[in-house]
Design a protein. Structure first.
Length: 452
């Protein structure tokens, strides 16, 4: 039976290397579409958790996962030799940056070694980890070809970028279009046929490198536009304008404008890192990716700007940062997730700790963080903790935080996300730009009394 036939009747075995934010939702989707899926991990806690039907990824529901495990459509293993039993293998391991901020390909390298020793005729290999344009063809293909098997006839090789958007209630693996590009036409066709089993819309492109570039365009687009709007906030501040008012008004234009919001910087595993994969590759081709670098400059300077804003707000109250109690609200890199990787809140905290502030944090999704060389346990967000802080800094606008209470009980707020409704503010509110809003002047004395 050929791989084509196995895809057509859904008897193909699917192996996913790396059961993280990307790999686990992918496993669940294909299991739910009737395919037997095995997850390959190096982390035994994750393997145990999956075998017990317990999810550790917020977007993957325990009940749905347990159903697939019980039905025998999902299992997990540390044993990489079992890759030889798989017909299709997706590589979903991390692609971080090294200390020198160059691509760290060690995880892909290690996954590739496992695939290489298990490769047999009839397998389709797909890299899903984000990487620079050319990696599938330049690094994976020559290595897999050393087995003596021929690509396009004995085995197939493609790149397909992962677009998962954690905590997005509208778009999941099934209804997010999937781009695929093979190292040859046969590989593109095989990969497209496979993904059509579990994903509604598959968009083939002419090469693996084009597919790699698609992902980098998407994330560079976000990084550049966030950089632009962050710079708008800085410019508005110089002009004495409130950037959020300006952006809200610009967004009423029904065409030709796409709304982005300023904030304390960029975070997560993708937006701050992926564009660097692109500029790194282009540096080797004697080309400077100017937009990428400029956006990085603006975005990575935002935590410093926030720390300065906190310092000058305290200064207005004749207080120094040193010794001030600062409560940072929301430390995940975006709303409604528990992921703090590259979160700008951690850098804001580090800068404030460095200046001698006593920093605590509150976040319903995160229990502990390591920032500024210290391990911090979360503080409960309450009337007491808000009122006890000399300054409350809002860095992530989770939807399950009572923002009105923040406005009501905090004396001084620096809100980098526009989360706190002005009407609720009884103290002083600063956003990323524009003059401070003095709640005491606008709120009825009775409300003030009730708040204190
Ligand atoms: N998280 C996202 O929102 C997102 C979105 C799009 C693309 N991506 C990309 O997808 C890739 C994976 O990201 P993630 O967020 O799922 O990472 P993750 O850290 O959540 O998961 C990766 C998993 O791979 C495992 N792993 C590492 N080396 C391994 C090996 N040699 N063999 C088997 N397992 C191994 C780790 O233990 C971990 O569980 C990255 O390239 C990332 O840039 C992530």
């Amino acid at each position: 039976m050929t791989l084509r036939d196995r895809i057509a009747d859904r008897t193909c075995r699917y192996g996913v290397i790396g059961m993280g934010y990307v790999g686990l939702p992918l496993m669940l989707r294909f299991a739910q579409s009737g395919v037997r899926v095995t997850g390959f991990e190096v982390d035994d806690a994750k393997v145990e958790s999956i075998q017990a039907g317990r999810s550790y990824i917020p977007d993957v529901d325990d009940g749905e996962l347990a159903r697939e495990v019980e039905a025998g459509r999902i299992d997990a293993t540390l044993d990489m030799s079992r890759l030889a039993d798989m017909d299709v293998i997706s590589i979903c391991v991390p692609t971080p940056l090294s200390k020198s901020r160059d691509p760290d390909l060690s995880y892909v390298e290690s996954a590739l070694r496992s695939v290489e020793s298990a490769l047999r005729p009839g397998q389709l290999i797909v890299l899903e980890s984000t990487t620079y344009p050319g990696m599938t063809e330049e690094m994976l293909l020559p290595r897999l070809a050393t087995t003596g098997l021929r690509v396009g006839s004995d085995f197939w090789l493609a790149f397909s970028p992962e677009r998962v958007d954690p905590a997005n209630p509208r778009f999941g693996v099934r209804n997010t279009p999937k781009v695929v590009g093979g190292v040859d036409e046969a590989s593109t066709e095989m990969a497209a046929a496979f993904y059509r089993m579990g994903i509604e819309h598959v968009h083939p492109v002419s090469s693996a490198s084009a597919a790699e570039m698609v992902k980098l365009l998407e994330n560079t687009f976000r990084s550049v536009n966030i950089g632009l709007v962050n710079e708008v906030a800085l410019m508005c501040d110089r002009l004495g304008l409130d950037a959020s008012e300006v952006i809200r008004a610009a967004a009423t234009k029904p065409f030709g404008f796409m709304r982005f919001e300023p904030g304390p910087g960029i975070g997560g595993h993708c937006i701050p890192l992926d564009p660097i994969y692109l500029s790194w590759k282009l540096r080797h081709l004697d080309y400077r990716a100017r937009f990428v670098e400029l956006a990085q400059d603006v975005n990575t300077a935002m935590p410093q700007y926030v720390a300065e804003r906190v310092a000058s707000a305290l200064n207005e109250r004749a207080r120094s940062v040193k010794g001030s109690r600062i409560l940072v609200v929301g430390v995940a890199y975006k709303p409604d997730v528990d992921d703090t990787r590259e979160s700008p809140a951690l850098e804001v905290i580090r800068l404030l700790v460095e200046r001698g502030a006593e920093v605590s944090f509150a976040d319903p999704h995160v229990e502990t963080i390591s920032a500024g060389g210290a391990l911090l346990e979360r503080t409960e967000l309450s009337q007491n903790s808000l009122a006890a802080a000399d300054c409350v800094v809002v860095t992530t606008h989770h939807s399950d935080i009572d923002w009105e209470a923040v406005g009501l009980y905090a004396h001084l707020i620096v809100d980098t996300r526009g989360a706190v409704p002005k009407e609720s503010v009884t103290g002083t509110l600063l956003t990323l730009s524009g003059p401070a809003y003095d709640g005491a002047k606008s709120v009825a004395p009775l409300v003030m009394e009730a708040a204190r």
